[in-house]
Design a protein around this ligand. Structure first.
Ligand code: NDP
Length: 328
């Protein structure tokens, strides 16, 4: 069995330790496909795992990293053969199953999707879990039936990974996009992605009234907590809010008023265990609808060796857009 380089989290006295070291294939967990990882990314959840700030890692030792693209090296799964280009997001990889910040990964073939046509492995990871989640949110809004003609769409946490892709996708779909951000200096960046208006996130951050002035027909929220409560209270009648994140907090200090007095819908988004058909539909739509120039504008690239120092930065809101991790 060969050894490969990986970031490894060990349980240590009073917390956890993180090291970039050799990892032996003999210590892989169960799986029927071995992948040579070429790219991964940095997501908010990776920040939680790398720093140990929240207990997302449920098994030790753990290789963190919740998503990757790469090339199949060995497969016992009927759908995949050596040489196939594949993408993985979610399924507990990097949390309960050895993850992506490594030169190799062994996973269940049922978790993989073929690399979507039209995307390179690097572009697929520029999208990554964050961008794929933004697409799931857009699909949820579409399924609800809310349309650009109904009013503006709000994106919270707009400068972050989910937010940046959400702004680009909503703008492409014809929405008047309001981007809520704490980073006024990123206004030009957000307008470049398609935002028509910038909103200071402080306007939404503190507990507000059960019902406010109706300002948007739809929203994609990456922030949670009082922000999500205010987003709901300012959503137009029969509008919808797709909730996917908790960058401000896990709580939701709201009332039933937006639901029972305005018919507002709260749509939950969970990207981790999305069934295959919806997963593939989301990736196909991304390949079709996401402007690759905008994707490039929101992406920077780091080497695998650099990942260890980036966990704090993303949790502190210091990372703009998407970060691709070059592994190969
Ligand atoms: P990022 O860190 O890239 O983006 C989060 C953004 O939220 C920041 O850039 C910042 O945007 C804003 N933000 C940060 N802290 C606060 C705060 N205290 N109050 C208000 N806004 C804040 O993370 P990701 O885009 O990777 O993930 C966003 C969220 O979505 C995370 O909570 C993540 O766990 C969740 N997520 C959920 C998934 C699911 O399946 N449901 C899948 C993927 C992500 P700005 O500076 O513009 O204000």
């Amino acid at each position: 069995m060969g050894a490969f380089k990986a970031w490894v989290i060990e349980k240590a006295e009073g917390g956890q330790s993180l090291a970039f070291r050799d990892f032996d294939e003999a210590d892989f967990m169960e799986g029927d496909v071995t992948v040579r990882v070429t790219h991964s990314t940095l997501n908010y959840k990776d920040g939680l795992a790398l720093t140990g700030r929240s207990p997302v890692v449920r098994r030790f030792p753990m290789i963190p990293g919740i998503d990757f693209s790469g090339v199949v090296e060995a497969s016992g799964h009927p759908e995949y053969r050596p040489g196939d280009a594949v993408v993985l997001t979610g399924w507990g990889v990097g949390e309960t199953h050895l993850g992506a910040f490594a030169q190799k990964a062994r996973v269940k073939g049922d978790w993989l999707v073929p690399l979507p046509k039209g995307l390179t492995p690097a572009q697929a990871m520029a999208v990554g879990t964050a961008g794929y989640t933004a697409m799931l949110a857009l699909m949820a809004l579409d399924a609800h039936g809310v349309k650009p003609a109904d009013g503006p769409a709000l994106v919270t946490g707009a400068s972050g990974g989910v937010g940046s892709v959400a702004v680009a996708l909503l703008a492409k779909a014809g929405w008047h996009v309001i981007a809520s951000t704490g980073r006024a200096e990123e206004s030009d960046y957000l307008q470049g992605l398609g935002a028509a208006e910038i909103l200071d996130r402080n306007e939404l951050a503190k507990p507000g009234r059960p019902l406010g002035k109706e300002r948007w027909a739809a929203a994609i929220d990456a922030v949670g907590s009082a922000t999500l409560a205010n987003v709901l209270s300012m959503t137009k009648s029969d509008g919808a809010v797709a909730a996917c994140g908790l960058a401000q907090g896990m709580d939701l200090p709201t009332s039933v008023a937006p639901f029972i007095l305005r018919g507002v819908s709260l749509l939950g988004i969970n990207s981790v265990t999305t069934p295959q058909p919806k997963r593939r539909e989301a990736w196909a739509r991304i390949a079709l609808d996401l402007d690759l120039e905008k994707l490039a504008a929101m992406t920077k690239t780091v080497k695998l060796e650099e990942v260890g120092r980036l966990g704090e930065a993303i949790l502190d809101g210091g990372v703009r857009g998407r970060t691709v991790v070059e592994v190969g």
